[in-house]
Design a protein around this ligand. Structure first.
Ligand SMILES: Nc1ncnc2c1ncn2[C@@H]1O[C@H](COP(=O)(O)OP(=O)(O)OP(=O)(O)O)[C@@H](O)[C@H]1O
Ligand SMILES: [Mg+2]
Length: 226
């Protein structure tokens, strides 16, 4: 039997380390991608539509096994480990903000956040809900919220889990600049206060530049764009 969950390394040099990642669907998307993330570190990935940014995010966040290469999360080689480890990582240690957010549509905003809090056994942070400007809509059904409100609920839901790595795919695409800045400020504050890390996919260069490093997926390679 493989490793118990006690061997997750939450204070390692790297929370995430990816080596030699290659992936293709109908045609090669990227090759030999190496990346790492330390506590308090943030990286942004930019690149034209279709260059493979979301695919890379899915690979690094346990959702898609790459054609080649290894992904280590908290010291575990996730695609050569157990399903139990992957589930534990997904449920408790990482938070994913999807490009199209997957809120439960029949539920209210509050119920969506409550589900995350129950699954991760973490308290709901009322200040967070207040600071995201969603307090007044918290008991509305998801289908009654604007796109930007849904996006803020989905970010609040992820932070409620108190993850060690946040994977965010265009998290502010539906937000006006002021709201986007305020929400992302909270995300950056969160990773600093919690020794967490951020992997951010964005088309917004101004936002990308707030990360420690910016990489571009270009011509099948991941190149630094600082
Ligand atoms: N499950 C899949 N099966 C087949 N092809 C896929 C799949 N997912 C993505 N692709 C293709 O892979 C390429 C990269 O997709 P991806 O979603 O990673 O791009 P992206 O850089 O995130 O683009 P955008 O900026 O538009 O979100 C696209 O050509 C897409 O059609
Ligand atoms: Mg995408």
């Amino acid at each position: 039997m493989r490793t118990g969950t006690s061997t997750f390394n939450l204070q390692p040099p790297f929370l995430l380390k990816a080596t030699n990642i290659s992936h293709s669907f109908d045609y090669p998307l990227f090759e030999n991608v190496d990346l790492s993330l330390k506590p308090k570190e943030s990286i942004a990935i930019v690149g034209v539509s279709g260059s493979g940014k979301s695919t890379l995010l899915h690979i690094l966040s346990t959702l898609l096994e790459p054609k080649k290469g290894n992904v280590f999360l908290f010291g575990k080689d996730i695609y050569n480990g157990t399903q139990k480890d992957i589930l534990k990582i997904r449920r408790e240690l990482i938070g994913i903000i999807f490009q199209s957010h997957y809120l439960f549509k029949g539920f209210s905003a509050f119920e969506n956040i409550k589900v995350a809090s129950l699954l991760a056994q973490k308290e709901i942070d009322k200040d967070l809900i207040e600071s995201f400007g969603i307090k007044n809509v918290i008991y509305k059904k998801v289908t009654e919220l604007s796109g930007g409100e849904q996006q803020r609920v989905s970010i609040a839901r992820v932070l409620t889990k108190r993850p060690k790595i946040i994977f965010a795919d265009e998290p502010t695409g539906n937000l006006d600049k002021k709201t986007a800045d305020e929400v992302m400020e909270k995300v950056f504050e969160y990773i600093h206060l919690n020794d967490a890390a951020l992997f951010l996919v964005t088309h917004d260069m101004e936002l990308a530049r707030k990360c420690n490093n910016v990489y571009r997926l270009d011509n099948r390679l991941l190149v630094i764009d600082n």
